[in-house]
Design a protein around this ligand. Sequence first.
Ligand SMILES: [Zn+2]
Ligand SMILES: [Zn+2]
Length: 171
Amino acid sequence: MAERRALTPDQHARMLAAVDLVGRTGAREFEIGFLHEDVPVSEAAWWASALYRGARVIVEDHSHPADAAEGLAVRLLTGARCRCGKLVALQPGGAFAFYKARLIDGSEFTAEDAQRAGQCRWTRIASRWVPGCAGGPAFTCPRCHKTSWNPGDVREGYCGRCHDWTGEAGS
Ligand SMILES: [Zn+2]
Ligand SMILES: [Zn+2]
């Protein structure tokens, strides 16, 4: 292998963030490797792979292990469902193929579904990816304690689980 080099703090943070993110998807057997020996790190063609719901997901041809790890995280998370009900978008402005997309979990997703669901933009802050809905206003139902980040629910105090405006009295 090309000689090991210490990661810069940024590469280290990106690596940790990716590993954390891949772990959060429930993927297993996360591996990082390279194709070419005796070349500079940037030319080693780094790949990353993980086992996700029985299928091997792999990204290839990255110039750095942190890029490969991040690439895999993006591949696994893009189009996944955030806790707020929207689709995860890991890159700002990253367009996700919406029409009849087959999500990584195998389910079909139509353009109408996507439009209804919207996108939740995740941002990496140091070594952790944070959902766009994290700091946003939320409404927690006083009856069933379900939390919603949907702006409409927050505004109206509506609980999707109770199918009722349970927050009305309090706000
Ligand atoms: Zn979200
Ligand atoms: Zn409720």
